[in-house]
Design a protein around this ligand. Structure first.
Ligand code: ATP
Length: 231
């Protein structure tokens, strides 16, 4: 276990910065960790596979090969000093549950954990994990809306409320948005638009859209989907 001591010093330093520990660098954990790095967050990555660790060397602030189901390992790597930990072990449900319970025992303030199915998610929630995420289920639902409609991007903010990116339909072109009666007729709000300059800007009552503009529409899921179907 002593071999983690020097890693521990580095992790302790990382924990002091705006940082996240990611346990499990499979497809989900890896893409999350790399995205955090790209947005300027320091990341400690932990994975049991040598190959995976090699693959992430120098791409994360620090990567350590270790079995995260062992409490001494988590302590030595100073995982308990991180404000945010992402548990991205999925398929090995037993390992996921063990690590989740250790993280809770170590009083990690914010734990995000990936669940592979409802049962797994329910156990993580019952344990007290703060945020349980279902990447495959959520992505499936999101893509279903993209396949179904004319939206070019779609994000459900909460059950029944969404934001979509779509082409500005003819009926909102050429007049200030304030005069389109959009909220009453369609129950949606245009929050932003991308015009000829190719730059996004916030939309207001004086905004006049043109053919070819792209808009971000916010509102109840059904209403924004219907709006995205307009031509
Ligand atoms: P994904 O779909 O994101 O690729 P997955 O759901 O298939 O991942 P797993 O294969 O269970 O998830 O694990 C993801 C990563 O976690 C793997 O790289 C694996 O080596 C690592 N891992 C699994 N168990 C442990 C453990 N006990 N300690 C550290 N790392 C682990």
């Amino acid at each position: 276990m002593g071999r983690f001591l020097s890693f521990g010093e580095t992790s302790r330093r990382i924990a002091e910065a705006d940082s996240v520990a990611v346990i499990g660098l499979g497809r989900f954990g890896s893409s999350l960790a790399l995205e955090l790095m790209a947005s300027g967050t320091e990341v400690l990555g932990i994975d049991g596979s040598e190959e995976v660790v090699q693959d992430h060397n120098s791409r994360l602030t620090q990567v350590v090969r270790a079995d995260a189901t062992k409490e001494e390992v988590l302590r030595q790597l100073a995982v308990d000093e991180f404000d945010r930990v992402v548990l991205a072990i999925g398929t090995d449900i037993k390992a996921s549950i063990l690590v989740a319970s250790l993280l809770l025992q170590l009083n990690v303030p914010v734990i995000w954990a990936k669940a592979v199915d409802e049962q797994h998610g329910r156990i993580l929630e019952q344990l007290g994990v703060h945020h349980v995420i279902y990447p495959e289920k959520d992505m499936g639902r999101r893509v279903a809306h993209l396949v179904r409609g004319a939206a070019s991007d779609y994000l459900e903010i909460d059950r029944g409320y969404a934001i979509v990116k779509t082409a500005a339909p003819a009926e909102v072109q050429g007049v200030p948005l304030g005069e389109t009666d959009l909220r009453r007729r369609h129950g949606v709000t245009i929050a932003a638009f991308r015009g000829a300059s190719n730059e996004w800007a916030n939309a207001d009552a004086d905004t006049v859209l043109h053919e070819g503009d792209v808009v971000l529409v916010v509102g109840p899921t059904r209403r924004v989907e219907s709006f995205a179907q307009l031509r």
